[in-house]
Design a binder for this molecule. Structure first.
Ligand SMILES: Cc1cc2nc3c(=O)[nH]c(=O)nc-3n(C[C@H](O)[C@H](O)[C@H](O)COP(=O)(O)OP(=O)(O)OC[C@H]3O[C@@H](n4cnc5c(N)ncnc54)[C@H](O)[C@@H]3O)c2cc1C
Length: 469
């Protein structure tokens, strides 16, 4: 019997995994072996001249996959890690093992959609299930194409309709057995596609394997490590310490492990599901009471959903240099263009000088050598640790766009390269939002760096911490 392939993408977990549960159901129903696979994309360099996946994300992903492999093994299964572009690698795998059916999660971003389209074009059956948002699209009180262009209206409509996320699925205790793979054709295939567990070092060296002790997300420590096991333990600890109650008061701080939830790295690779977070948060509120802080976490998780739904509505149009300018409905489009103009053009004519690979502005911004202390401290933290607070992401993004006249896509690409929590929807959505090139009619967000320093780092302690090198 040929195996059914389960292709892990950005859903590296067993708990609350509807697509995996569907594959398990099909395999059990048809008496098929289930082959769980992960494909490592070959290392690549962006058009801006740096590695697409930097060393922090490589290390974090390695830890996540090790945890997934151990959890699969405990359930009687085995993770197959392959090296190569997903579309061609999975085609070759299916040919070798005689499979024709792949199940995976749906990802609404252009490159990920193209992967699925290529597999289908090769004659394979690919069943995709949407699962990464808090709310299921079919629960929404509007069609995907009618998503409000302003976040607050989106949130208000949900609250009015009293929509709540589906309950998370439990963690399975067993999985259908994997196939026995021992034919000569398999040996040949595996020789060619076997993934190395080596980390490709990017331009940022991590000294002696020790990651920054100053990090706000110290993923080198077991409590913060990649993988579902650490994610669930962190969620329990966060709630046991009653941190949701102080979330609103602390969320704009710049440094430290406790000022915000730090759920994002686990959410981004799918080691943790947003529905699990929500269900646990509601149980916490039932026991300890809801307050402004715990409620604010819900708002933030809704932002995460909003940027996912924007991809459903606008797709590849989000990725233009000019974002959605001109791509929207006439009504919203007028607002977007007008807002950006009044927000920043008077101060910063936008010469496209910082937009090419190897431009000195881009190199200085990435290295934290712009001469503006708060920006430089933040960019050094990002590069050294793979994490940055939300407030500082906003400040450095605004600086890149409006002070240096940079292309939002270059800034977003550097974040993608560096952040352990890189998430295609949230990264693209936030960059477009700050650039004023997304849907929000109020235009771009210019952050006054001097004011941000006074308000959020009045003693200069954050700047001293990261400018000391
Ligand atoms: C330019 C820019 C790029 C960003 N890129 C990413 C990215 O690649 N991946 C990513 O997960 N977040 C991104 N964010 C959003 C936000 O900065 C991070 O989600 C947050 O800092 C992660 O830390 P936390 O988990 O402690 O957040 P918390 O403040 O504890 O928030 C809880 C959760 O809510 C969600 N959330 C919070 N703020 C946002 C937001 N603005 N947009 C979407 N979801 C949000 C996240 O899932 C987060 O884990 C970006 C923000 C900016 C301004």
């Amino acid at each position: 019997m040929p195996p059914l392939i389960y292709w892990f993408r950005k859903d590296l977990r067993l708990t609350d995994a509807p697509a995996l549960a569907h594959a398990m159901h099909l395999a059990q129903r048809d008496g098929q072996p289930l082959l769980p696979v992960f494909c490592h994309a070959p290392p690549s360099t962006t058009r801006w001249g740096f590695a697409r996946v930097g060393p922090h994300r490589q290390r974090y992903e390695r830890a996540t996959l090790d945890d997934l492999a151990a959890n699969l093994q405990a359930c009687g299964s085995r993770l197959l890690e392959l090296a190569g572009p997903a579309a061609t690698t999975l085609q070759a795998l299916c040919q070798t093992v005689g499979a024709s059916h792949i199940v995976c999660e749906d990802i609404a971003a252009p490159e990920e959609q193209a992967e699925v389209a290529a597999l289908r074009a090769a004659g394979l059956t690919v069943q995709t299930l949407w699962q990464s948002s808090l709310l299921a699209p079919e629960q929404l009180p509007f069609a995907a194409g009618d998503l409000p262009d302003v976040f607050t209206r989106f949130r208000q409509q949900l609250e009015k309709a009293a929509v709540t996320p589906p309950a998370p699925l439990p963690q399975p205790t067993t999985l259908p057995a994997p196939p026995r793979l021992e034919t000569p054709a398999w040996q040949l295939f595996y020789k060619q596609y076997q993934a190395s567990t080596l980390i490709h070092q990017g331009p940022t060296a991590i000294k002696n394997g020790v990651i920054e002790a100053r990090s706000s997300y110290p993923y080198h420590l077991p409590d913060w490590a990649g993988g579902e096991s650490a994610a669930l333990a962190h969620l329990r600890r966060y709630l046991a310490n009653q941190q949701p109650h102080s979330y609103k008061a602390t969320r704009n701080q710049l440094s430290g492990t406790g000022f915000s939830s730090k759920f994002s790295p686990w959410l981004a690779c799918g080691a943790l599901s947003a529905r699990t977070v929500y269900a646990e948060l509601k149980a916490f509120e039932a026991e300890w009471g809801a307050n402004e802080g715990s409620n604010w976490l819900w708002f933030e998780l809704l932002w995460r959903d909003y940027f996912r739904l924007l991809h459903h509505k606008y797709g590849v149009r989000l990725y233009h240099a000019q974002g959605l300018r001109g791509a929207q409905t006439a009504q919203a489009g007028a607002g977007v263009g007008a807002g950006v103009g009044t927000a920043w053009r008077p101060h910063n004519p936008p010469p496209p000088r910082a937009t090419t690979a190897g431009s000195p502005e881009l190199a200085r911004w990435c290295a934290g050598r712009t001469g503006t202390p708060l920006v430089d401290a933040a960019m050094r933290e990002l590069r050294a640790s793979g994490y940055l607070s939300n407030r500082l992401r906003q400040v450095v993004a605004s600086f890149w766009l409006f002070e240096l006249g940079g292309d939002w896509r270059a800034g977003a690409a550097w974040f993608e390269s560096q952040l352990v929590d890189h998430d295609v929807y949230s990264n693209t959505g936030n960059w477009l939002y700050i650039a004023g090139l997304g849907t929000d009619p109020r235009g771009g967000r210019l952050f006054d760096v001097a004011k941000q320093s006074r308000e959020h780092d009045p003693e200069g302690s954050y700047q001293r911490l990261w400018l000391a090198d």
